[in-house]
Ligand binder design. Structure first.
Ligand code: FPP
Length: 252
């Protein structure tokens, strides 16, 4: 649980489901892929904004484990777009001290894409600014499952005991272990669901839903979400009065 906040009250970790690319394109009678391309432009702007605002981590849901059910052509184009974006943006991310992490079951991707991801992660691994997490072929159930598989393997080797399994141990084995849990979750495009994103990590996260389609999401809508977050009182199970007292004593 993350109870320590930044001095300016900004969220440290923001998680976003970027929904609405297809509808944005369909409204303009464009093919859906143009919606995803416009979505990449929004990704660039939002990453720049997070760098400027010194947000510690931004997690973006780029491709879910369920997205393979889309038409083959759309899946292929999304893979190409992901590959091409990594290729063209990685030096710029590196220059801006951004550390890139890709989470998800990467084994389903082509060898070429897996190599590109690995190279991009290695190039930026020592950076200390924004951690940009791209969730690709990711599902929250998968994340918890792979954590349990790793823990079970250690138990079978005698490196861990059954009694060692605690919430904090599980948190060390989910894919975002090195990051604070998300403070703010945003979903664009009007739907109000988590869609199997960071299930373990979102337990105490504040949720913000907007009708804005992802390609139209901009600094203004983003600031509104952050302002809404700042106006909320996070109690982590305590009473409102306890939270006010703790804030006064600067323990929260
Ligand atoms: C949801 O819109 C969006 C996706 C499934 C893909 C998001 C991908 C990108 C923005 C590009 C790649 C990202 C990176 C980080 C390089 P939708 O197609 O479900 O929209 P709809 O609900 O309107 O149909």
């Amino acid at each position: 649980m993350n109870e320590l906040m930044t001095d300016n009250g900004n969220p440290r970790h923001i998680a976003i489901i970027m929904d609405g690319n297809g509808r944005w394109a369909e409204k303009r009678l464009f093919p859906r892929i143009l919606g995803h391309r416009a979505g990449v432009k929004t990704v660039k702007k939002i990453v720049e904004y997070c760098v400027k605002e010194e947000i510690a981590a931004l997690s973006l849901f780029a491709f879910s484990s369920e997205n393979w059910r889309r038409p083959k052509k759309e899946v292929e184009m999304l893979m190409e777009l992901f590959f091409g974006t990594l290729q063209t943006q990685i030096d710029k991310l590196d220059k801006n001290n951004v550390k890139l992490r890709v989470i998800g079951d990467k084994s389903a991707f082509s060898k070429k894409l897996q190599d590109r991801i690995l190279q991009a992660e290695q190039q930026t691994e020592k950076n200390t600014g924004l951690t940009l997490v791209v969730a690709a072929n990711y599902g929250g159930h998968w994340d918890i499952t792979q954590a349990f598989q790793k823990i079970a393997e250690k138990i079978s080797k005698g490196e861990l005991q059954l009694e060692d399994i605690t919430e904090s141990l599980i948190s060390q084995y989910v894919t975002t272990a090195e990051l604070p849990e998300p403070d703010l979750f945003i979903r664009t495009g009007g739907e109000q669901r988590i869609s199997n994103f960071l299930l373990w990590q979102l337990a105490y996260t504040e949720f913000y839903f907007t009708e804005t389609l992802w390609p139209d999401f901009d600094k203004e809508v983003f600031s509104k979400a952050i302002e809404s977050f700042k106006s909320r009182q996070r109690r982590f199970g305590r009473t409102g009065e306890q939270v006010v007292n703790l804030q006064k004593s600067k323990k929260l």
